[in-house]
Design a protein around this ligand. Structure first.
Ligand code: GDP
Ligand code: GDP
Length: 437
C-alpha cells in the first residue's frame, strides 16, 4: 500500500505548485485516480525510490476565516484518510489567524498522524530570515521551501517519506547510465566543451548570441562506458529578450540538474567565481547532486607553477563549507583535461552511490567520538549510539542518539569533516540526520 500524503493550506499558498514539482519527474503517470472526486487530485509519485500517493486538496482548502471553528473541523476531516499531512503557509504573507486555527485543529484532530509544517515562497535568504519569525509565532519546526524554485523541497520530502512505510520503486535517477549536466553562465564554453568531448563539430559554436542550437542530450562513449551529457548551452536561442535570459537559463539549469548525477559547473578562468556561478553550484548541492568545477579557458590565463594552486585555494575559500568540490583546469580549445573531467565526474557518480556497511560506519563513529566528545549543553551529554546509511540515491546517514536537540553545529561539522576524511565523498553533498533512539 502506498501511503497517502495530503497537501493542505489556504488558497494561493502554493499547493498546486508543490504538487506539480514533486510529481514532475513522473508526469506521464499523473492522472487522477478513478473514483475520486475532481477536487481531490490524487496522483502516484516516486521519490528516491519510494512510492506514495500525493493529494492536492484545492477544493477542500478552507476558503476564508468566516468559517466557525466547528465548520473548519468538519472541513479538515476530509484529510482523515491521509497518512501524512503537509500543511503549507505563505511565508511572504506571514501567518494568518486562519493558519493558526488550522494548525491547532490539525494537531488536536490528528494526534496520530504525521503533520509537517511548511512555509512556502521562501525564494531568497531575505525571506528566509523573515520567515524565522514564524517559528516564534507558534508554528512548530517549519520547513522553509520555495515550491517555485525547488529550494528545500528535497529535504522536506526526505523527512516526510522517512516517516512513512513506502514500497520501494525502481528509482527515477538511478538507472545505470551516468548523466552529467554541463552547466555555467553564457560564454564560459559549454558548447565548446561538449564539442571537444564528442569530437565531431555537432554544434555551431559562436560568440553571437542566438546561434547555439537548442539543448539535446548527447551520448559519450569512453572506456566501454556510456555517459549522457546534458547540455544547457542552447538556452540563449530561446530567449531573444534580454530580461528573460536569466529566468529561462535558471529553469533550464534546474531541469538539467534534476536529471543528472553529477553537475559539471564551468567557470571562465579570467573571471573566477561569480555570484551567478555560486547560484548554479548551490542549486546542484541543494538537490544532492555531485558537483565538479571546471575552470575553463585556462589557456587564456598567464601562469607560472603556483597559479593553479593559488586559484584553487582562493576558490575553496569562496566556497566555504562546500569547499569539498573538486576543481579541474580545462581548455575546451586545446582539450586540456576535458577527458579527465569526465573520468573525475564518473568517479564522483560512483562514490555518490557507494554503500558503506554499518559495521564499517560504526568503527568510524567510535573512532571519531574518541577523538572529540560531543560538547555538553545544559549539563546533558549528547550520546550517539550508532549510525547507519539510509538507502538512497545519494549519501544519507542516520545517527541514533539520546537527544538530537543536544547536537551542536560545530560537532555536526566535525563529524562531516571526519566522514569526508575517512570515505571518498569529494564533490558529494552528505545528508546527516540525527534521530532519537
Ligand atoms: P494553491 O492555489 O494554494 O494551490 O497555490 P498555487 O500553487 O496555485 O500558487 C499560488 C501562487 O503562488 C501562484 O501564482 C504561484 O506561482 C505562486 N507560488 C507558488 N509557489 C511559490 C514560491 O515558492 N515562490 C513564489 N514567489 N511564488 C510561488
Ligand atoms: P557557451 O555559451 O557556454 O556554450 O560557450 P561557447 O562554447 O559558445 O564558447 C563561447 C566562446 O568562448 C567561443 O568563442 C569559444 O570559442 C570560446 N571558448 C570556449 N572554451 C574555450 C577555451 O577553453 N579556451 C578559449 N581560448 N576559448 C574558449
Amino acid at each position: 500500500m502506498k501511503p497517502l500524503i495530503a497537501l493542505v493550506g489556504r488558497p494561493n499558498v502554493g499547493k498546486s505548485t508543490l504538487f506539480n514539482r514533486i510529481l514532475r519527474q513522473k508526469s506521464a503517470i499523473v492522472d487522477p485516480t478513478p473514483g475520486v472526486t475532481r477536487d481531490r487530485h490524487i496522483s502516484p509519485g516516486e521519490w528516491q525510490g519510494k512510492q506514495f500517493l500525493l493529494m492536492d486538496t484545492g477544493g477542500y482548502a478552507p476558503e476564508n476565516d468566516s468559517l466557525s471553528v466547528s465548520m473548519l473541523e468538519q472541513t479538515l476531516r476530509a484529510f482523515e484518510d491521509a497518512d501524512a499531512i503537509i500543511f503549507m503557509v505563505d511565508a511572504r504573507a506571514g501567518l494568518t489567524y486562519l493558519d493558526l486555527d488550522i494548525t491547532k485543529i490539525l494537531q488536536k484532530t490528528f494526534k496520530d498522524k504525521k503533520i509537517f509544517f511548511v512555509a512556502n515562497k521562501v525564494d531568497n535568504p531575505q525571506v528566509a530570515l523573515e520567515a524565522q519569525s514564524l517559528v516564534r509565532s507558534g508554528f512548530t519546526e517549519p520547513y522553509f521551501i520555495s515550491a517555485r524554485d525547488g529550494a528545500g523541497v528535497a529535504d522536506m520530502l526526505d523527512d516526510v517519506l522517512a516517516s512513512l512505510p513506502c514500497p520501494e520503486g525502481e528509482g527515477i535517477e538511478e538507472d545505470d547510465s551516468i548523466k552529467l549536466a554541463v552547466l555555467g553562465r553564457p560564454n564560459v564554453g559549454k558548447s565548446s566543451m561538449v564539442n571537444a568531448l564528442l569530437g565531431a563539430e555537432r554544434q555551431i559554436v559562436s560568440d553571437v548570441p542566438g546561434t547555439t542550437r537548442d539543448a539535446i542530450d548527447s551520448v559519450l562513449k569512453r572506456n566501454g562506458e556510456e555517459y549522457t551529457l546534458i547540455d544547457t548551452a542552447g538556452l540563449r536561442k530561446r530567449t531573444k529578450i534580454d530580461a528573460g535570459i536569466e529566468f529561462y537559463s535558471s529553469i533550464r539549469t534546474a531541469r538539467a540538474i534534476e536529471r543528472c548525477n553529477v553537475a559539471l559547473v564551468l567557470l571562465d578562468a579570467r573571471l573566477g567565481l561569480e555570484s551567478q556561478d555560486m547560484k548554479i553550484i548551490h542549486m546542484a548541492i541543494e538537490r544532492k547532486k555531485g558537483v565538479l568545477i571546471l575552470v575553463n579557458k585556462w589557456d587564456l590565463v598567464e601562469k607560472d607553477s603556483k597559479t593553479s594552486k593559488a586559484f584553487t585555494d582562493n576558490l575553496q575559500q569562496q566556497l566555504g563549507n562546500i569547499g569539498y568540490i573538486p576543481v579541474l583546469f580545462t581548455s575546451a580549445l586545446t582539450k586540456k583535461n576535458c577527458y579527465r573531467a569526465i573520468d573525475t565526474a564518473a568517479q564522483i557518480a560512483l562514490n555518490r552511490r557507494q554503500k558503506i556497511s554499518t559495521s564499517n560506519l560504526n568503527r568510524f563513529l567510535q573512532e571519531a567520538i574518541s577523538m572529540r566528545h560531543p560538547s555538553t549543553k545544559s549539563g546533558k551529554e549528547l550520546k550517539i549510539k550508532y549510525m547507519t546509511q539510509i538507502e538512497s540515491g545519494h549519501p544519507v546517514f542516520a545517527f541514533f542518539c539520546n537527544d538530537p536537540e543536544l547536537l551542536e553545529s560545530n560537532f555536526r561539522r566535525f563529524l562531516e569533516k571526519r566522514l569526508r576524511e575517512h570515505f571518498d565523498f569529494a564533490g558529494i553533498p552528505i545528508t546527516m540526520r540525527f534521530l532519537r533512539k
